[in-house]
Write a new protein. Structure first.
Length: 627
């Protein structure tokens, strides 16, 4: 396996020997990963390039996805607030590509896993114009001991808004009036927010369990952590063999190189975290460095469409990159030719035209074309052609824009900033919970072993890099020019509507730092352990590129730049806009106080923190006449 470079310091206890059971659990996962690496590496379609560049990240991706799934179940069973649990996994840092994701995940999608079970949940959605589609898919299976199996999909487009423009959606196994997602028989529910224009606000949401109150500190004992790791180790080889992982890659490998399949909708009972009704056309590419594959895709009516490339092992996110290069283009980002088609160019070198999908040096990989909210009968099979890189422009329509190296650099810079803005909108209480849990697992087994098993990001810039490197921030001249030329009413609207996100950028890392300190004070580690832990806490609080207060301030700087550069896409403020902002700020305020109260109670040793301080609306939720 290929360990990846660490993203930054982790909150850890002093180095100590692991217990026999904990070390045995770690060894079981490492042995399972080696077994899978050997078997996958021997598959006839796996190339030397795949082994050298993709196999290590693949084995880590399986493990970190299983970890996210099992923590999702742990949170639901123990009353920890995960707020739906966003993926990519929570220890991702800005200004870099995310960890690898499985099942040919989409860069446009914000994925949430909610362990719905037999409980009733209230999901409040605050709509944003960047979202093009939102789907709710109850699933059988937990993604760890059993495989995911998608039963059905409910479409957000069919729901009815509240008077203020927000949406209240009930997820439960018993029928409810209004917006209801039937979770009967499901273990979890996949919620998928599909974002088109990354530079605009998208749907955000708050997830609450009916009857729950306050915030419970997500404290994991050594026995809890050992059990989590043992479960991953015992099921790792099985999960790898499911269609969610190597099964899908095996199926894709049967497609001839440099071709794509006839578009077809996914059906009920599809295995893996997928949605029913999405139309897909899958393919593979294999190119020499001086070649390009041109995909000619018909433009059709629908809510969303995109083209994406990924590795032959179906891990996507970092190779090719989602943030530092363009490995996926959707219909809101693509140039559409006047002849009714969109032309995508797949190559390792920049062809100097619009709609380039960068293989990031990969000689081979997979292709996914997606349509949502469209009729399959309206989609003709895409065509494809391998050409010399030097001749690409001769095979494209005359109206295809050329892109200079300088223009491409600006495109990638904006792409990086907008990817961060898209993800930062969901740095909420669930993000805090997940980072606290990862802290504890790293402290239990050591950061080095954690990164070896679960992976971490590559090429992560430090907070100092982000302060000094102009390629990692918006061009101030461009921001200022947009500020001067945009209608002041539109700029005001953009700033006001994004106020919750900008505040959240700063508040959530500060709350995380406070709760990390509460965890440190509340643990029985003695004076020596407390002293060492404080040093690590200071480093995590001010220098960690993913979770520090400094990173949060830089995120707010970059998100503000994105807002100002896209302000001309906002309409002047309406009463509904102000009402939604007020609701989001109220939720944020409530969430922050709930978490801080829980941290204070934990540091004072007051036990069940959610019962000691309750600044939340859980009690009110328990009294709602939902039945």
């Amino acid at each position: 396996m290929v360990p990846q470079a660490a993203a930054g310091p982790a909150l850890a206890t002093p180095v100590r020997l692991l217990s026999d059971s904990l070390q045995s659990a770690v060894n079981e996962i490492l042995n399972a990963q080696q077994q899978v690496a050997t078997s996958v590496g021997a598959l006839p379609w796996v190339t030397p390039y795949d082994v050298a560049h993709q196999l290590g990240p693949y084995t880590q991706m399986v493990a970190n996805t299983m970890l996210a799934s099992i923590l999702n179940m742990e949170n639901a069973s123990r009353g920890f607030d995960s707020n739906g649990q966003i993926a990519p996994t929570p220890w991702g840092a800005p200004a870099a590509d995310p960890l690898q994701m499985q099942n040919f995940a989409s860069a446009d999608n914000i994925y949430f896993g909610l362990a719905t079970g037999d409980k009733t949940w209230i999901v409040t959605v605050y709509p944003g114009q960047g979202t093009q589609d939102m789907l709710f898919s109850p699933m059988v299976g937990d993604g760890v001991t059993t495989s995911y199996l998608t039963a059905r999909t409910d479409d957000f487009a069919g729901f009815t808004p509240n008077a203020d423009g927000s949406y209240t959606i009930i997820l439960s196994p018993t029928e409810h009036a209004g917006n209801w997602v039937d979770t009967q028989g499901s273990v979890s529910t996949l919620i998928r927010d599909t974002v088109g224009d990354w530079g605009l606000m998208h749907n955000t949401m708050r997830v609450q369990e009916v009857g729950a109150s306050g915030y419970t500190m997500p404290v994991l004992s050594t026995d809890n952590i050992t059990s989590i790791l043992q479960t991953i180790g015992a099921n790792y080889v099985y999960q790898n063999a499911t269609p969610t992982y190597i099964g899908l890659a095996n199926a894709m490998a049967q497609i001839p190189f440099n071709t794509v399949t006839t578009p077809a909708p996914s059906q009920p009972g599809v295995i893996g975290p997928a949605v029913v009704g999405q139309i897909n056309s899958m393919g593979r590419f294999q190119l020499e460095p001086d070649q390009a594959l041109i995909l000619k895709v018909p433009d059709v009516a629908g809510r969303y469409s995109s083209a994406e490339i990924g590795s032959a092992l179906n891990n996507v996110g970092s190779q090719p990159g989602w943030a530092t290069s363009v490995a996926q283009i959707n219909d809101a980002q693509a140039f559409r030719s006047s002849d009714g088609f969109t032309y995508y160019v797949i190559s390792a070198k920049d062809p100097g035209v619009a709609n380039w999908l960068d293989t990031n040096g990969a000689s081979n990989g997979d292709i996914a074309l997606r349509w949502q909210g469209a009729e399959v009968s309206s989609i003709a099979r895409p065509t494809f052609e391998v050409v010399s890189l030097d001749d690409v422009k001769n095979y494209l329509p005359d109206d295809t824009p050329t892109v200079t190296l300088a223009e491409r650099a600006v495109e990638i810079q904006n792409h990086l900033l907008e990817y961060g803005y898209k993800i930062n909108q969901y740095h909420d209480s669930g993000w805090v919970t997940q980072n606290l849990e990862i802290d504890q697992i790293k402290a239990a087994i050591g950061t080095e072993q954690f990164d070896l098993i679960f992976g971490t990001q590559l090429n992560v810039p430090s907070v100092l890099d982000r302060m000094l490197d102009p390629t990692l921030m918006a061009d101030p001249t461009t921001v200022f020019r947009n500020l001067l030329t945009t209608n002041p009413a539109d700029t005001l609207s953009a700033l006001v509507q994004n106020m919750p996100t900008l505040l959240q950028d700063i508040q959530m890392p500060a709350v995380l730092a406070a709760l990390r300190l509460a965890m440190l004070v509340g643990q029985d580690s003695g004076f020596s352990g407390l002293t060492t832990g404080l040093g690590t806490w200071l480093e995590s609080t001010f220098a960690d590129p993913a979770t520090s207060i400094t990173a949060g301030l830089l995120n707010a700087r970059d998100d503000l730049s994105v807002v100002l550069m896209n302000a001309d896409k906002y309409d002047p403020l309406s009463f509904g806009d102000l009402s939604l902002v007020s609701d989001r700020l109220s939720d944020l305020h409530e969430s922050v106080w709930n978490m801080l109260a829980a941290g204070l109670a934990h540091s004072l040793g007051l036990g069940d923190t959610s019962a000691v301080f309750d600044f939340g609306s859980g009690t009110a939720l328990a009294g709602l006449d939902l039945w």
